[in-house]
Design a protein around this ligand. Structure first.
Ligand code: SF4
Length: 528
């Protein structure tokens, strides 16, 4: 950060709020691992931690791993919090706990940037990205850490160029307890899907780091002990195709240097299937998964939501093309669209069977602030502000019918034999298209072998012996063992087990039908 205006060094407690159980929190998978307890280290808070002036002390706590203690709050002079809309109640809860120690609390990140009014109790609101508001916040706190009499709202007007971003402070996080690690090369997306808040929050012209920054981040992750899978959290990896092509040769070099021990994943639009020059390089760089917002197989619905980029290539053809470069597709799906008809769920289930995509995040439509959908539904009087519902949208079909169709979809899509047969296809077809690399000494290390053995023991015992879908599991597992595909066995069952268990909870009404809904999200925050 800029050094001007810094008067005193501070002790900053950065707290990332806990998630309550959701489709993407993977808590059913963790007991099968060797000690993983959370999904990804939070990039935003770790970047802020790294941006603080030299000499400031930072303690980072992810409450998905452990709760902040009395000793943490007593140590701190100020508390920073960041998170997404679904963590709103937990963020307000952290604020309440910090105020019990009379600490000033600042909140930044995507949720407060879109909805500052969700956070009336915080002392400082940091709205927008890293920039002049961050410098102002640091400078104020260096002068005075008493709680301001009124809430102070600081809004970034002048953003720090991503090429000037520091390396996130991975060294503060317990990196070995995360399922994946994350890295961000670009921010923003050129498209304007009606439901999406990315263009409104981060712009349509993607901002970029340099390839050298990404390599330095990957090196730092290795130093901190992260080696397994690194997820590019860019809103759209091919939002700037030239930039993606610039980065890929550096990733390939890095992978060669380190013996391909790290697998890569990203999010991208389906039209990546029309870019063989990018896909080929991704294959060489060992990208193994792409999250694609397919949303719906219905072309009328895609048109209505302004997702024309998904129609540049046939959807099934696009998925097959990506698979042919060795990458599994993970798909976002939305139910509750205005274009949905009584036959929509059957069409979706057919699509799942045909595409053989194992993992689909099937969500009910939710209108997010700062989106064209929010504006349209406001005009039409179809926004419902009731945290007891699974969605804030007044659907055109009856609400119960839409929620029940979601439950039915979850139940059928994640029925064990169906899901494991889709994983079988990935193991037998997609994985075979991956780049073949010699097994490096790091891959053959005792640490790796031990991890694999622990996971196999847990899987065989907890799913194969104690589990509730033993027959389907053993059919799949014995096939993988016969083909000596231990990696396919562990990877598929870890994630598949979560999907099966989550879907059972969902279809019986014990989970929300939207990742954004606050229904069933427990932290109740007393008024101050
Ligand atoms: S392509 Fe993805 S990131 Fe871009 S606007 Fe659409 S949903 Fe958002």
């Amino acid at each position: 950060m800029k050094a001007e205006g810094i008067e005193a060094a501070r002790r900053v407690l950065c707290i990332f709020p806990r998630y309550t159980s959701a489709f993407g929190t993977w808590e059913y998978a963790y007991p099968l691992t060797d000690g993983i307890k959370a999904f990804m280290p939070p990039q935003g808070l770790l970047v802020i931690a790294a941006y603080l002036p030299a000499g400031w002390q930072v303690r980072f706590i992810d409450e998905n791993l452990r709760a902040a203690t009395e000793e943490d709050f007593e140590w701190a002079e100020v508390v920073f919090v960041s998170g997404m809309h679904i963590q709103r109640q937990q963020m307000n809860d952290i604020c309440h706990r910090a105020h019990a120690y009379d600490l000033p609390v600042a909140i930044g990140g995507p949720s407060v940037s879109a909805c500052p009014d969700y956070y009336p109790s915080f002392d400082y609101l940091h709205v927008g990205e890293l920039g002049d508001a961050t410098d102002e916040l640091i400078s104020r706190l260096s002068r005075d850490t008493t709680r301001p009499a009124e809430q102070v709202v600081l809004t970034t007007r002048d953003r720090v160029a991503m090429s000037d971003f520091p390396i996130p402070a991975y060294e503060l996080a317990e990196v070995k307890k995360y399922l994946l690690s994350s890295v961000q090369y670009s921010s923003g997306c050129p498209y304007q899907c009606e439901f999406c808040d990315i263009p409104g929050l981060y712009g349509r012209n993607p901002r970029l780091k340099t390839p050298q920054q990404i390599i330095a981040e990957l090196d730092r992750m290795r130093e901190c002990g992260i080696a397994d899978t690194v997820y590019f959290v860019d809103d759209n990896f091919i939002g700037n195709r030239k930039a993606a092509l610039d980065l890929l040769p550096h990733l390939i070099e890095w992978q060669k240097k380190h013996g391909y021990v790290t697998k890569l994943a990203c999010e991208a639009t389906l039209n990546i299937a029309k870019r063989p020059e990018i896909l080929e390089k991704m294959r060489e760089a060992a990208f193994v998964t792409i999250f694609v917002g397919i949303e719906t197989p219905d072309p009328d619905a895609l048109k209505a939501m302004h997702k024309d980029q998904n129609m540049m290539v046939g959807i099934l053809e696009g998925v097959q093309t990506i698979n042919s470069y060795g990458m599994e597709v993970v798909s976002g799906i939305i139910l509750g669209l205005d274009t949905d008809k009584p036959g929509t769920v059957d069409a979706l289930l057919n699509f799942i069977d045909e595409s053989r995509i194992p993992l689909l995040t099937i969500n009910l439509l939710q209108a997010l602030p700062k989106t064209p959908l929010w504006d349209r539904l406001t005009r039409e009087g179809r926004l419902i502000h009731d945290d007891g519902r699974d969605s804030n949208v007044k659907f055109l079909l009856p609400y119960d019918e839409v929620v029940n169709s979601w439950k039915r979809c979850m139940e059928i899509a994640y029925e064990p034999s169906k899901l494991l047969s889709r994983y079988l296809h990935q193991c037998e077809y997609t994985h075979k298209n991956r780049i073949k690399v010699p097994r490096s000494s790091e891959m053959r290390s005792w640490r790796n072998i031990r991890r694999g053995l622990i996971m196999l023991r847990n899987i065989f015992w907890k799913v194969g012996v104690l589990g509730s879908y033993k027959r389907e599991f053993w059919k799949f597992a014995l096939g993988r063992l016969w083909h000596r595909d231990i990696e396919g066995l562990i990877g598929s069952v870890l994630i598949g087990h979560h999907l099966i268990m989550f879907a059972r909870a969902a279809s019986s009404g014990r989970q929300n039908a939207s990742n954004y809904s606050l229904r069933l999200r427990e932290a109740q925050v007393p008024a101050e």
